[in-house]
Design a protein around this ligand. Structure first.
Ligand code: NAP
Length: 479
């Protein structure tokens, strides 16, 4: 636990660490030990953070692009120097296996690098107004202006990189931010605040308020000085935010029950390791975790056998142990919920090919066969190491099953047939189609987001910058 001895655990408002009125114990999901006492911001404390961000917005809006970029570059070098510490912080608060948190830190560094680059290429375009009768003799161009104060609300599952996907583009575009991280993962955000302060970000440009979503989150959503909400989290909370946000810009990155199609003729040996990673990495607590596999009937038996064998090799245990692949779910409640869902699946004819039970707070990697599409494990987001494998007779049948979902974030298809690949790209109703890969593929500059209840808007720095800026038109009349 040495890693967080120097970590400040106070509210970060207007460039200063402020003692809060109330604190709550942060508990390790794996060991159930107390990690630290964390501020739970009151509405008045969030008010102060919003006021600081509101005051700082002109400083940020006037800051030249090269300077915003330089601050983000400095953040990158500070993060690189303290990458091991960052990885341990995530492992501690989220029970994410340390090998995976190292990957998250590497991606966070990438994300801020992309943001540093993107800061220098935010521009508008010229418009040929003479294309319209009456538009002659005019010069017109657009510029993109920062929105002002951005309210960022983030989930527990990628406490550094998903924060980076909001803070990076917000700074790149010259905005200020009030960040409300998930209650279970505040430490990563304190760590970031410290680094950005050291990197020279002006006071008030980033404020971190920890505390409950219902108090701190709702204040951000309803305060008129906050111009946009960028939210990543569950569909239920996201939909509630959209309903309360009025005319605010709202970007929602929500959940899914991501699916993979495996066409006939695919080399099963080649895809098994990717599928195991997609289903069980970070205990399946990834928004594009592989939850549903629809495989051609000719490959079903072989695939199941090899998938079960490969999954049995995963090491269960302490997230801080470098050998651990699968650790605790984020809460005891989620262990109970997922066991209930497995029980429901069993009672309705699904076969448990592996797992199906918990050891402490660790749900063992669970493989269910032939689960009906109406079961919770099929049609809701499991957010746990549970995957269903069902056989299909054709890719057309699989397309229908994939699309028969409230969600649509990403989908994958393995196929040797280019026409089938192109058909999948056309037919699958999702934000991103991965050909010859699992739906879990993501790098940080790609446009990322969903359709249906998986959300509204896109992240991926350049796309998030579009969401966090307003287009303004300028017309010169030369007559
Ligand atoms: P969550 O329960 O929805 O919480 C997300 C954030 O919203 C937390 O900071 C939470 O605060 C806050 N919140 C809760 N109630 C609120 C309210 N009434 N008003 C404003 N904010 C509120 O989600 P989670 O369990 O942390 O994360 C898992 C979910 O995130 C999954 O559904 C997953 O698919 C989704 N996700 C989506 C993406 C994507 O890019 N599409 C990426 C990662 C995760 P508290 O922690 O204090 O409750």
């Amino acid at each position: 636990m040495g890693v967080q001895t120097g970590l400040k655990k106070k509210l970060f408002i207007d460039g200063e660490w402020i003692e809060a009125q109330n604190y709550t114990s942060l508990i390790s999901p794996y060991s159930e030990e107390i990690i630290g006492e964390i501020p739970t911001a009151t509405e008045e404390e969030v008010e102060k953070a919003i006021e600081a961000a509101y005051r700082a917005r002109e400083v940020m809006a006037k800051m030249p692009a090269h300077k915003r970029s330089a601050i983000l570059e400095k953040l990158v070098s500070l993060l690189e120097a303290r990458a091991d510490e960052a990885a341990e912080i995530i492992a501690l608060e989220a029970a994410k296996p340390i090998t995976i948190t190292k990957g998250e830190v590497a991606r966070t560094i990438q994300t801020y690098k992309f943001a540093a680059e993107e800061a220098k290429r935010i521009h508008g375009e010229t418009i040929p107004l003479d294309a319209a009768p009456g538009g002659e003799n005019r010069v017109a161009y657009t510029v993109r202006e920062p929105l002002g104060v951005i309210g960022a609300i983030t989930p527990f599952n990628f406490p550094m990189n998903l924060v980076a996907h909001k803070v990076g583009p917000a700074i790149a575009a010259g905005n200020t931010i009030v960040l409300k991280p998930a209650s279970q993962t505040p430490l990563s955000s304190y760590f970031l605040a410290d680094l950005l302060h050291e990197a020279g970000l002006p006071s008030g440009a980033l404020n971190v308020v920890t505390g409950s979503g219902r108090v701190a989150g709702e204040k951000l959503v309803t305060d008129p000085r906050v111009q946009a909400i960028t939210f990543t989290g569950s569909p239920a909370v996201g939909i509630g935010i959209r309903n309360k946000a009025g005319l605010k810009r709202v970007t929602l990155e929500l959940g899914s029950n991501a699916a993979l199609i495996v066409d006939k003729g695919v080399d099963v040996d080649k895809i098994i390791p990717r599928c195991v990673t997609g289903a069980f990495s970070f205990q399946g607590q990834v928004c594009i975790s592989l939850q549903r596999v629809y495989i051609h009937e000719s490959l079903f038996d072989t695939f199941v056998e090899k998938f079960v064998d490969a999954s049995a090799k995963l090491q269960i245990g302490d997230p801080l142990n470098p050998k651990t692949d699968v650790s605790a779910l984020i809460s005891k409640g989620d262990v109970k919920r997922t066991l209930d869902w497995i029980e429901e699946a069993k009672q309705h004819g699904a076969e448990v090919a592996a797992g199906g039970r918990a050891e402490g707070n660790v749900l063992l990697p669970t493989i269910l066969l032939n689960a009906d599409k109406a079961l919770k494990v099929s049609c809701q987001e499991v957010f746990a190491p549970i995957v269903i494998i069902n056989k299909v007779q054709s890719v057309e049948e699989a397309f229908e099953l994939v699309n028969d979902s409230r969600y649509g974030l990403q989908a994958g298809i393995y196929t040797e047939n280019i026409n089938t690949a192109l058909l999948a790209a056309e037919k699958l109703h999702v934000g991103g189609v991965m050909i010859n890969d699992i739906p879990t593929f993501r790098v940080d500059n790609m446009p990322y987001g969903g359709v249906k209840e998986s959300g509204v808007g896109r992240e991926g720095i350049k796309y998030a910058v579009e969401e966090m800026t307003e287009m303004k038109l300028v017309v010169f009349n030369r007559n």
